[in-house]
Design a protein around this ligand. Structure first.
Ligand code: HPA
Ligand code: ZN
Length: 338
């Protein structure tokens, strides 16, 4: 298939996006617009100069720019505009349902109220659902470079909002600098969130070792692993992930840009998929890594020579691995002939 036909085939596949940081969807153009609106001086002369700075060597080199970019988000409308822009792009890529992470600590540390963050994001999610039908859930993520106490304080600040946002806020995640911040650091807060009935995910095995994936399962009791590509270093763990069909939310362009893999042709996702692992394709931080979810599918289809059946399996996996109710999942799968 030529690229245009392949792209059309991919966009038509009904899919869910399960690994997406909303702050990672802030395009340079929107960063400049919000900076002007909020009278914030930018350390870059132009959109092009900012984009040119997106040359990362590892996760931390990205996180430094990602947190700096997020500092232009001040008002409820800023969070709304960012979220709505993502939902429109996702919809164009054939996303029926998105499970979106956000990092409240990035904003509360700068004096933005957690109420403002929730209000802007959720208003966009509800508006997009009403106007386009795209459904979405929110996963509130703790920053693992911060302390356990900071995570507990964030949970305490967010819980009074839970009832008001119960239609979307269903889960908890764990992101930011992985190495040196093992899952065990967050064992107690994840146990508390589980007691509270939240669905649980965590980043593990992106830069960190396979042992962190094991700990995310055994210590944090997560239901999905974000990234997880280093699980293959531990064959017994990999067998378990396949046996239990634990979803891995893989982000190919992210892995390339953060030098987790040297080239997409060397990515292990096709091998793992062919071994029967529950692999899904996602965009992570698309404004920083060069592509939304459709472009991630396209890039791996070409680099790893995935056929139509494999692309359909990836899309099907994304719906199966979502936190949608079983009957909704089945309805989507049936109606879309997957
Ligand atoms: N890894 C860890 N933390 C993150 C990422 C990621 O890929 N994106 C945004 N925060
Ligand atoms: Zn991520």
């Amino acid at each position: 298939m030529n690229t245009a036909d392949l792209n059309a085939y991919i966009c038509d596949l009904p899919k869910a996006e399960l690994h997406l940081h909303i702050e990672g969807t802030l395009e340079p153009e929107l960063i400049f617009k919000l900076a002007a609106r909020n009278h914030i001086a930018m350390p870059y002369a132009s959109v092009e100069a900012l984009r040119a700075a997106y040359a990362f060597t590892d996760l931390q080199s990205f996180l430094d720019l990602y947190y700096a970019g997020a500092s232009v988000l001040i008002t409820e409308q800023d969070f709304y505009d960012m979220t709505m822009a993502y939902l429109q792009r996702a919809r164009a890529d054939g996303v029926l349902h998105a499970e979106i992470m956000f990092d409240p600590q990035t904003h509360t540390a700068r004096g933005v109220a957690i109420e403002t963050v929730f209000a802007g994001i959720v208003r966009a999610l509800r508006d997009a659902r009403a106007t386009t039908g795209i459904s979405s859930y929110l996963l509130m993520s703790f920053l693992r470079h911060l302390s356990e106490q900071d995570a507990f304080d964030t949970l305490a600040a967010a819980l009074p909002l839970r009832a008001q946002y119960a239609d979307v806020w269903i889960g908890i995640g764990l992101d930011s600098a992985e190495l040196g911040n093992p899952p065990g650091k967050f064992a107690r807060i994840f146990a508390r969130c589980k007691e509270l009935g939240f669905r649980l995910v965590a980043h593990a095995g992106e830069e960190g070792p396979a042992a962190y994936v094991r700990d995310a399962l055994e210590v944090l009791h997560v239901e999905r692993i974000d990234h997880g590509v280093r699980s293959e270093d531990d064959p017994a763990l990999m067998q378990r992930l396949i046996r239990d069909q634990v979803p891995l939310t893989v982000c190919p362009l992210s892995n390339l840009k953060l030098c987790v893999v040297e080239a997409l042709s060397q990515h292990n996702l096709a091998r793992l998929l062919r071994q029967g692992a529950m692999i899904t394709i996602n965009s992570d931080d698309p404004a920083y890594f060069g592509g939304y979810v459709g472009q991630n599918y396209l890039a791996v289809a070409q680099a790893l020579d995935l056929n139509k059946r494999e692309l359909t399996t990836l899309a099907r996996n994304s719906l199966l691995a979502s936190f949608l109710p079983a009957d909704t999942k089945q309805r989507l799968l049936d109606s879309q002939d997957l």
